[in-house]
Design a protein around this ligand. Structure first.
Ligand code: SF4
Length: 315
């Protein structure tokens, strides 16, 4: 069967979209461009989000003491060795808040990334409260000739949770930035986290309906991974009853439930986080590579004879 997104996969895979757009497999290369975060330096808050430890998800070649070009070249070498198949790349400004600098400085950093052969475009990770019209206008211009995507840390649709984890913004801020990004014609990806305190799987399933109604191009899901020595780890050790931590197969079934409700137009980029176990206080599961998680989700969709959007309806 061919699904509305044009292939036989049971969910709308972002990787398949990129492959059809560029005619080749596309690998994102993470960068640490030396940014900090306004939720750490006091402009918005101090201490950061209570679960955050950027070192837990930065590959080793991501080192701000190296230039953008050097990080990209080392990333390409690593991925050629690991995957053998990747031939084109996206520069992924991942660590911290990658729009948190004057526009002139951002222009230079993004241009440096785009100057590297085989880099097709940019994916820029940031907070929903850290982009403005001047930046979006510049990026929209850039997107006339290169691929440009914004990636926003939405994390939760619940304002009470966002306050509990010290995000420093509310959900309405996320909605506003998504609408604004769409006005500039740019694709927007979002991160959602399942497992933050006092939330439940029933609530997360309702988010599928909410996200489906927003101008979201792609979504990345993460199960909460509680990283050692963070305030979240402290809260977990004091009040574990406030957390729903998924077992692996329970999580896969939850993801399938979520996909069934999700708008088929929303692409899915990843299903789970991959923090190395040495960083984790609560390793709900051993490290399971993203490729493997994709296989298990696809098998489960087939076993349940279902697909993304099966229960979605425009209301
Ligand atoms: S906004 Fe991002 S980088 Fe900043 S503290 Fe939160 S998770 Fe960490």
């Amino acid at each position: 069967m061919i699904y509305p997104w044009g292939d036989s996969r049971r969910y709308h895979a972002y990787s398949s979209y990129l492959k059809s757009l560029f005619g080749t497999r596309v690998q994102k290369l993470s960068l640490h461009a030396g940014f900090t975060c306004p939720n750490r330096d006091g402009r918005i808050g101090y201490g950061g989000c209570t679960y955050c430890d950027n070192s837990a998800f930065n590959p080793s070649y991501c080192d701000p003491s190296k230039s953008i070009v050097q990080q990209l070249e080392e990333g390409m070498a690593f991925h050629r060795w690991r995957y053998r198949k990747a031939v084109s790349y996206m520069a992924y400004f991942q660590a911290y808040t990658n729009t948190y600098a004057p526009l002139e400085q951002l222009r230079e950093l993004y241009a440096e990334a785009l100057s590297v052969p085989d880099v097709l475009g940019l994916v820029i990770g940031t907070r929903p409260d850290c982009v403005d019209d001047a930046l979006l206008s510049f990026l929209a211009q850039l997107a006339e000739t290169r691929y440009v995507m914004l990636e926003y840390g939405v994390e939760s649709c619940n304002d009470r949770t966002l306050a509990t984890v010290n995000r420093g913004h509310d959900f309405a801020t996320s909605v506003r930035v998504l609408e604004k990004t769409r006005q500039y014609g740019l694709p927007a990806g979002i991160h959602l986290m399942f497992g933050l305190p006092d939330e439940t799987p029933e609530e997360w399933l309702q988010w599928a309906d909410l996200i489906s109604s927003l101008p979201v191009s792609a979504v990345k899901f993460h199960q909460l991974q509680i990283i050692r020595n963070t305030p979240m780890a402290e809260l977990y050790s004091q009040e574990p009853q406030r957390f729903h931590t998924f077992g692996f197969h329970e999580y896969i079934d939850f993801i399938v439930d979520f996909l069934e409700r999700l708008n088929p137009e929303v692409m899915v980029e990843r299903f789970a986080g991959e923090v190395p176990p040495r960083f984790l206080q609560v390793p709900a599961w051993e490290l399971i590579r993203n490729e493997r998680v994709v296989q298990v989700v696809e098998s489960r969709l087939a076993e349940r004879d279902t697909f993304q959007g099966r229960l979605f309806s425009l209301s």
